[in-house]
Design a binder for this molecule. Structure first.
Ligand code: SF4
Length: 223
């Protein structure tokens, strides 16, 4: 079984996920920052607060007092650090790209990634989520679910973000929609079935999975 086949099985099983759940590019960016170490449910509450107060724009986040921002995003957890990260992003956007997301997203993909990674609080997963789901450029997003699932399947032994990302990108056609859908399907499987204690009996991949079939890999079985 290869990575493309896994995608096809997941798609057939779960159907299209149509990610990212957001109305604007800026909302994707805010969601990608707020979802760090948080459940999506709580991120949604924070985004709702921002929307209801008309603060879901680069300009308003740029000018809002940090204490007010902290209050609005509190449901997402780690709100002090996340408020700083949102501020860091918009400050970067205004300082280098006149507050214009189109200008930022017109950059060549690798340079855009480098620029995003230069912002304090934007790591690889967040940067790639922004590039894929907001800028619509083909970069594969790797998260903890990706590492866990593909290690258990026996398809990936690496733990390094860049190495895993490269394996996916070399194995799949360079296709934004496929990358978007694949990551969303991985999250769906990881969140509901391939949990820390996996529900292998309910899993559409169990027939081919090392973990489910007792084949040794580095992810120790939990009884
Ligand atoms: S069979 Fe079990 S361990 Fe393998 S991917 Fe599915 S849930 Fe995860």
């Amino acid at each position: 079984m290869n990575l493309k086949t896994v995608y096809e099985i997941l798609l057939k099983n779960f159907g299209k996920q149509n990610w990212w759940p957001a109305e604007t590019e800026f909302e994707v960016i805010v969601g990608a920052i707020l979802t760090q170490q948080a459940s999506w449910k709580n991120v949604e509450k924070a985004i709702k607060n921002l929307k209801e107060n008309n603060f879901l724009e680069p300009q308003t986040i740029y000018s809002i007092k940090i204490s007010q921002l902290e209050k609005l995003i509190k449901p997402s957890g780690f709100y002090r650090i996340k408020a700083k990260r949102l501020k860091n992003f918009v400050n970067f956007l205004y300082k280098k790209y006149d507050g214009d997301l189109n200008k930022l997203f017109s950059l060549e993909k690798d340079f855009l990634r480098k620029e995003l990674l230069s912002v304090n609080g934007i790591g690889k997963e967040t940067a790639d989520s922004i590039i894929l789901y907001a800028a619509n450029k083909p970069t594969f997003v790797v998260d903890a679910y990706t590492k866990r699932i593909f290690n258990r399947l026996g398809l990936i032994k690496e733990n390094d973000y860049e190495k895993i990302k490269n394996i996916f990108e070399y194995s799949l056609p360079e296709d934004v929609e496929l990358y978007k859908e694949y990551h969303a399907l991985i999250v769906e499987l990881g969140k509901n079935i391939c949990k820390l204690k996996p529900k292998c009996k309910e899993c559409c991949l169990s027939k081919w999975c090392n973990y489910a079939n007792g084949v040794n890999n580095s992810d120790k079985r939990e009884s």
